[in-house]
Ligand binder design. Structure first.
Ligand code: ADP
Ligand code: TZD
Ligand code: MG
Length: 581
């Protein structure tokens, strides 16, 4: 939308003007960005309205944190920066958690926030929602920018896009003061100032000698292992990765969000023999996975070391776009720096002359462990205890996901997370999205909304009852946009378990215990969606099948034995109280 100014002199043509809002919208659209996740208010209400009027999808949330998580995962799912739009100070701060989360997880996202007047903020004169937002955002963002003049909006958005998606992706902050949005300039000059970013995430070709070094190490391996991380899922080099794994015959372990890059049922998938392959491998190739806490920092007993700080005997190859990642925890013998598609293609080209399969004793002993563990798991899943436990409930989810392999699975909680990750097989790339690098609670409903909006696929969310509470109000958002989301709340009456009691016998409940027998399904009914209460696997199955068939927003309250979980799920060892014991 443009406005017209009074002609400067009688008889002159009226000048066509564009304001800051026009230019922001046009700059985003010029770069193919057609969706905004946000929450309106001063000074960005008009921006949300006019973006919608211009044909953009504006998804309005009940809390900025969910809008931010939605933007971050939209970035992961599309390789385009997800946009989160917030109001100044408190709205900005609510979105900040997601900005930091995006940076930590290497997801491309731009948090665009309106802000108050610079002159007043900098003199701390107490403006409406006063906060030096740029300074606050900077340490948590990959890059942070402020635009003060309408003529710089094009540059500001171009820089934000490049910073978000190039190299290692991350969260970018873009500060737009209220005054900027109202500033006007000549519309033609404004159009001319916008930048359509050319090649925003350039390929990064690995050095031939780095590829050679990696190939030689891999060839020398007697017990090789590949670990796929969410960087590999993000990179969309699905065909190359599959070719590498199948041509080499090397067993692989997918990290949580890399599950499904190849089907979890693939014969080379070593997930069911994880505790055997990590200490047993002699050469490990990491593809888009960091040796952080999720991989025990590459050391300790997990890797066959004798103590917590001790290294195993593995040599490491690491494929990553960030040159600083190598040696972050242990020595990387063969770093390969570049984008995963180019690196894997270069490795494949280097193998064209032939590449031997791993020794059969390594593959044989993995296969043996796998089948033993898969059998044990099948037994657990077949049991039908009353009340339902995590296994019997997730056995149903496992079947539903198998029957709907293109559905996106959102997952958060502690036990609800760990059991789902190990029980529910994934069959396609980028279908499992979860708590990520921080193990953060609260991503649930934001992820559901974004996944449904940007992919158009059905979404299934498996949520701990505590985890769900962090973003539960977004059920209204899911109903408002009528999204095909089926939420299963694994209701065990609390954080980890529902059985804790206040040791003093006082009237306050224990810190980890919730209201018993809560009916989360009624929250969905309050907004016109379908609620269901499931006390048995058969009831859960019926409700999930109906949800997938109808594509209606659905929330199933799955009653889980309140004593079934363990403290902190699988990461009990990180709990200081448990450590002391
Ligand atoms: P996970 O949690 O699944 O182990 P991480 O988030 O720890 O995965 O690691 C992802 C890694 O992938 C990061 O180090 C990041 O730099 C890298 N990465 C992201 N995108 C690409 C890409 N296109 N090419 C190469 N590396 C990438
Ligand atoms: N706050 C945030 C933002 N992230 C966190 N990870 C936590 C708190 C601590 N926390 C966990 O690590 S898991 C969890 C919390 C509060 C909830 C576990 O309870 P749940 O799952 O009901 O979601 P289970 O199935 O009962 O274990
Ligand atoms: Mg719980």
């Amino acid at each position: 939308m443009t406005t017209t100014a009074q002609p400067a002199a009688p008889g002159a043509q009226p000048q066509e003007l564009a304001d800051g809002v026009d230019l922001v919208i046009d700059a985003l659209r010029l770069n193919g960005i057609d969706t905004i996740f946000g929450l309106p208010g001063i000074p960005i209400t008009d921006l949300t309205r006019r973006a919608q009027a211009a044909g953009m999808r504006v998804i309005s949330f009940r809390h900025e944190q969910s809008a931010g998580y939605a933007a971050s995962i939209a970035g992961f799912l599309t390789q385009q920066p997800g946009i989160c739009l917030t109001v100044s100070a408190p709205g900005f701060l609510n979105g900040l958690n997601a900005l930091a989360h995006a940076t930590t997880n290497c997801f491309p996202m731009i948090l665009i926030s309106g802000s108050s007047e610079r002159e007043i903020v900098d003199l701390q004169q107490g403006d409406y929602e006063e906060l030096d937002q740029l300074a606050v955002a900077r340490p948590l963002a990959k890059a942070a920018y402020r635009v003060l003049h309408a003529r710089d909006i094009g540059v500001g958005i171009a820089r934000a896009i490049r910073a978000a998606v190039s190299g290692r992706p991350g969260g970018v902050y873009l500060d737009l003061p209220a005054q900027l949005l109202a500033q006007t300039m000549d519309a033609a000059a404004g159009r001319n100032s916008l930048i359509k970013v050319v090649d925003p995430a350039p390929r990064q070709i690995p050095a031939p000698e780095a590829v050679q070094r990696a190939l030689e190490l891999l060839k020398s391996a007697k017990r090789p292992l590949i670990i796929l991380g969410k960087g590999a899922a993000y990179a969309r080099a699905d065909d190359e990765i599959r070719a590498l794994i199948e041509r080499t015959g090397i067993p692989y372990l997918p990290m949580s969000m890399a599950k499904g890059l190849l089907p979890d049922t693939h014969e080379q998938c070593a997930s069911a023999a994880r505790s055997y392959v990590l200490p047993g491998a002699d050469v490990v190739m990491l593809i888009g996975a960091r040796l952080n806490w999720l991989l025990s920092h590459g050391k300790g007993r997990t890797w066959g070391g004798k103590g917590a700080k001790d290294r195993g005997a593995q040599k490491f190859i690491q494929i990553d776009i960030s040159p600083q990642e190598a040696d972050s925890n242990v020595r990387i013998d063969a770093p390969v720096v570049g984008d995963i598609g180019s690196c894997v293609a270069a490795l494949l080209a280097g193998m064209a002359a032939g590449f031997g399969r791993p020794p059969t004793d390594w593959l044989g002993s993995i296969a043996e462990r796998k089948s033993g563990n898969i059998e044990k798991m099948a037994e657990m899943l077949a049991r039908n205890p009353a009340p339902m436990n995590f296994h019997s409930a997730l056995n149903v989810v496992r079947d539903i996901v198998k029957a709907n392999p293109d559905a996106i699975l959102v997952n958060e909680g502690a036990n609800a997370l760990d059991f789902t990750r190990s029980i529910v097989d994934m069959y396609q790339p980028r279908k499992r999205i979860d708590v990520g690098t921080w193990g953060i609670m609260g991503i649930g409903m934001g992820y559901c909304v974004a996944a449904a909006v940007v992919t158009g696929k059905p979404v299934i969310a498996v949520e701990g009852d505590s985890a769900f509470g962090f973003s539960g109000m977004e059920v209204e958002t899911i109903c408002r946009y009528d999204l095909p989301v089926c939420i299963v709340v694994m209701n065990n009456n609390g954080v980890y378990r529902g059985v804790d009691v206040n040791p003093t016998g006082g009237r306050d409940a224990a810190p980890t215990a919730f209201v018993k027998g809560a009916r989360y399904d009624r929250i969905m009914e309050a907004f016109g969606g379908a609620g269901a209460h499931a006390a048995t696997p058969a009831q859960l199955r019926r409700a999930m099948e109906e949800a997938v068939r109808s594509r209606r927003p659905t929330l199933i309250n799955a009653v889980i034995d309140e004593s079934a979980g363990t403290e902190s799920g699988r990461i009990t060892s990180l709990n200081p109280a448990a450590r002391k014991k």
